[in-house]
Design a protein around this ligand. Sequence first.
Ligand SMILES: [Zn+2]
Length: 123
Amino acid sequence: MAVSLWKAGLLSLCPNCGQAPLFDGLLTIKPRCPSCQADFSIEDAGDGPAVFVILVAGAICVPFILIAELAFRLPIWLLVLIALPFTMGVCIGLLRPFKSLMFAMQWRYKAGEGQKAQHNSHD
Ligand SMILES: [Zn+2]
């Protein structure tokens, strides 16, 4: 039975078996699944997760910072002191599920570098 892409992605589980954790540390994907031995060496999400995290974190953090500034008229040093850890926390918190979701999609749809089709006929 196929593993749910969303479950594997959002819970950071192996996209092949859905049993073992995908990450070794915060953002490093294991070289292979300890449960089903699936080879994760094809992993190459690149900057994809970071792009989506920037978009989502911006939509969350910018209104928060604007409301804090306009509603409470906080001094700039206090705003930076609050907004910087908040923004970093949101970004780091989102990066892991986005990376594992993109890897799960890459795994499911066998995404990779483009290759020339092999033709048997002479061109
Ligand atoms: Zn597995």
